[in-house]
Ligand binder design. Structure first.
Ligand SMILES: Cc1cc2nc3c(=O)[nH]c(=O)nc-3n(C[C@H](O)[C@H](O)[C@H](O)COP(=O)(O)OP(=O)(O)OC[C@H]3O[C@@H](n4cnc5c(N)ncnc54)[C@H](O)[C@@H]3O)c2cc1C
Length: 348
């Protein structure tokens, strides 16, 4: 199933695993189940720490598999065969279950751990969707940290009947406890902000303590980041408030027209933007939606959580979003010829 090159790469990754991993596969007699079995056997052959247990006739989707510690029920499951862009999610899940550290701030890990509730997530992805791995990996890591969170990542092409029955128009689409939870790219911070209803009030309390900024930039895309760097370099008190730091570049992979950088990827570019901004004294207030601008001698920006930020100068760098052309049938034919992104809603 895996070619020699992938096997070599995966073997070297699996050397980082320090704890035993048990993959429990739910299979039937279909060709897809055989394909999955071959993949899992390949993985097990690459590390002594990985074992595969096979189940037939259970209640799980087939083919699917969970990844966990031996004998412990795991909250991470893939339904279908996570190759394509999802192969990285599979590798990451193996590494993290196998003891490789999770790359999240301690405060975020604590916030996930303290979520009080039972959360059953399902994410529909396609193998060519470049926005899906972020969602799959975010929910997998949350399931790893908090045992009351469970996540199944489902390949929509393999479970087409579910896609039709649930009227899924785009990938990734997330369901929480059977109801649509969200669509499109989102990471741990965005998911947490939606789940942790008390977080908004706590954040508002902290934001209310902010001093008056000299320059407050609304928007954290390339334009907002550039404005922040220019302002901070002049030594003036600068803040950035953004719904999603990084902006639209987070939704793309290959960027080949950024002069002097021959090729980069959207998320990598967004990380570099953030690091560059953070190298100056800039107060970044991420995952915050601005709802109103109230001009005055001291301008105010009202946020969705009720907090009010103040600044002598405001820079609006709120970018763009996919535009609808408002022609008959545009909505009805979404995903049946009308697509906004060949890698996102195109495949389904
Ligand atoms: C799929 C895709 C592929 C692309 N590929 C390329 C490419 O290869 N090369 C290229 O040059 N360009 C590409 N672009 C375009 C490029 O990403 C945009 O031109 C660029 O990101 C615009 O930067 P910006 O900072 O003006 O706005 P955006 O990137 O749109 O950022 C807007 C910022 O404002 C925030 N925001 C918006 N409303 C609010 C609010 N109410 N409150 C708080 N914050 C808010 C957003 O969260 C975000 O942080 C691509 C775009 C997409 C979607």
């Amino acid at each position: 199933m895996l070619d020699a090159n992938l096997k070599t790469q995966l073997k070297s990754y699996l050397e980082k695993v320090s704890r035993p991993i048990e993959i429990v596969a739910s299979l039937d007699d279909s060709a897809k189940s055989q394909e999955l079995q071959a993949l899992l056997d390949d993985i097990a052959s690459l590390s002594e720490r990985v074992t595969v247990v096979e189940r037939r006739g259970d209640q799980e989707r087939k083919p699917s598999f969970s990844i966990g510690e031996p004998g412990k029920e795991s909250g991470i499951r893939f339904a279908g065969i996570p190759m394509g862009h999802e192969f990285t999610s599979l590798v990451l899940a193996l590494l993290q279950v196998g003891g490789h550290p999770v790359k999240l701030d301690d405060a975020v890990i604590e916030q996930i751990r303290e979520l009080d509730g039972d959360y059953q997530f399902e994410t529909y992805f396609s193998l060519s969707c470049q926005n899906c791995p972020e969602v799959v990996q975010a929910l997998n890591v949350m399931a790893l940290i908090n045992p009351r969170i469970r996540h199944v990542a489902i390949d929509g092409a393999v479970f087409q009947n579910e896609v039709e029955a649930r009227q899924i128009m785009a990938v990734p689409t997330m369901f929480l406890n059977g109801e649509v939870f969200g669509q499109g790219r989102s990471g741990v911070k965005e998911i947490l902000a939606k789940l942790d209803t008390g977080a908004g009030a706590r954040a508002a309390k902290e934001l209310a303590k902010k001093p008056v900024f000299d320059v407050l930039i609304v928007g954290g895309g390339p334009a907002g980041a550039a404005a922040a760097i220019y302002s901070a370099r002049k030594g003036i008190k600068t803040g950035v408030v953004a719904e999603r730091f990084g902006g639209q570049v987070l939704d793309t992979l290959a960027i080949e027209n950024f002069v002097s950088v021959q090729e980069t990827e959207g998320p990598k570019f967004a990380t570099a933007l953030e690091q560059h901004v953070k190298s100056y004294e800039v107060d970044i207030m991420d995952v915050q939606r601005a709802e109103a601008l109230v001009p005055g001698r001291i301008n105010e920006v009202r946020l969705a959580n009720g907090a009010v930020l103040k600044a002598k100068t405001i820079v609006l760098a709120t970018g763009a979003r996919w535009r609808e052309i408002n022609v008959p049938g545009e909505r009805e034919y979404r995903n049946h010829g009308v697509a906004y992104c060949p890698h996102c809603d195109g495949p389904l």
